[in-house]
Design a protein. Structure first.
Length: 257
């Protein structure tokens, strides 16, 4: 078969444009494609809702790829293992209550399952602002990550969403934009971002579900962003809480949609 370079270019441009146009109005927009964001997107998309996931990096999966200090293994507790079992991800019993999983298999499977469930994932896109209508977040303001890194001014595009999930992890990027633009109006003790506490896996894992909630009208927090928002400890390379938070966020959001 003879290949035509221009047809290849047309195929990429037309198909990407089709995906993007189809994702400008969704039920849920997820910001951050780490484990919590992916799991939330998977369960929402599986329920036949329209989901778009935006990730600023070229790679999707957050910090899970590196396991613990670049040892590509992660740990989950019994409850977290049950979610890995749902995805068909292999686990090994290390000792009672502690299971290990290959971080590469885990995140690769989550990405595949989420896209096959119908969620559309866009990498290399930065969220530089939100759309606010009647004191409620109604969408996102998108730009290329490369433009931000290069420090050049490029006007953004916008998309509409019924709900936004803040899943940017430690950085809480969406909340920082909101705090800067509208002030301390979150459903937190101070009204602002409380900030994550030092490592304490047990306490962090126990608090993450309770912290997974609507923090501002139209915005839900999940994963490490939830603990950072409400002032709970970080957990390190145990990922059960992240997975459970993503599923819980999806469950509660589906009740709202």
């Amino acid at each position: 078969m003879k290949l035509d370079d221009i047809i290849i270019s047309k195929a990429i441009i037309k198909e990407y444009t089709r995906k993007l146009l189809n994702s400008l109005e969704v039920d849920v927009a997820v910001v951050g494609a780490g484990p919590a964001g992916l799991v939330a997107a998977y369960f929402i998309a599986k329920s036949n809702k329209k989901v778009a996931v935006f990730e600023r990096h070229i790679s999707v999966g957050g910090g899970m790829w590196g396991g613990g200090m670049m040892f590509n293994e992660i740990v989950v507790q019994k409850e977290g293992k049950e979610i890995l079992d749902e995805f068909g991800i292999s686990t090994r019993l290390f000792q009672p209550g502690y299971y290990t999983a290959n971080s590469i298999e885990t995140i690769g499977t989550l990405i595949s399952a989420t896209t096959k469930a119908g969620a559309q994932i866009f990498n290399l896109i930065t969220i530089e602002d939100v759309m606010l209508k009647d004191e409620r977040v109604a969408g996102l303001v998108l730009n290329w990550s490369a433009a931000k890194l290069a420090g050049i001014h490029v006007d953004p595009l916008t998309m509409r969403a019924k709900f936004v999930i803040e899943a940017t992890g430690h950085d809480t990027e969406i909340l920082k934009v909101l705090e800067k633009k509208v002030g301390k109006k979150f459903k937190t003790p101070s009204g602002g971002i409380e900030g994550e506490l030092p490592m304490w896996a047990e306490k962090g894992e126990k608090s993450i579900i309770n912290n997974t909630k609507e923090i501002f009208p139209g915005v839900w927090v999940t994963g490490m962003a939830a603990n950072a928002a409400f002032g709970s400890p970080r957990m390190g390379p145990i990922f059960g809480g992240m997975l459970l938070s993503g599923k819980y966020c999806a469950k509660k959001l589906l009740e709202k949609i």
